[in-house]
Design a protein around this ligand. Sequence first.
Ligand code: ZN
Ligand code: MN
Length: 147
Amino acid sequence: MAEQKNRFEIIIRKLRENGHKITPQRMAIVTILAESAGHPSVEDIYEQIKSDFPTMSLATVYRNIVLIKSLGEVLELGFPDGSNRYDGNKPFPHPHVICIKCKKIVDPDLDSLDEMKKEVAAETNFKILNHRLDFFGICGNCMAEKV
Ligand code: ZN
Ligand code: MN
């Protein structure tokens, strides 16, 4: 998808502009972050590329994610159990729907989000800067398996 290629290029450019070398490992990590719609964990990313880079450690993947996050180019979805997931497609706040069984995470398109932000601001007299909106449930696949 053109949009994903764009995200890859944007992240690589941002790394270069901030004086970071573009190593093959770094490119592989950025590729997965830019292309994955499924909100991978650090472990997921490591699993996908470790055969190409046998000497690379999980800690290297983690450090790269922290770096890309510090540049504002990946959104971290933190969970209380520490199973953090990452969205390199949309590095800005947006709602998520999370399956409590298989941990699948998808991005819903909510028409009502802008309306909700206005309503929250009006009701609380806050200037809203950010939001975190997670819906938890059971996905279609897990529902079908239950039968
Ligand atoms: Zn599920
Ligand atoms: Mn997302």
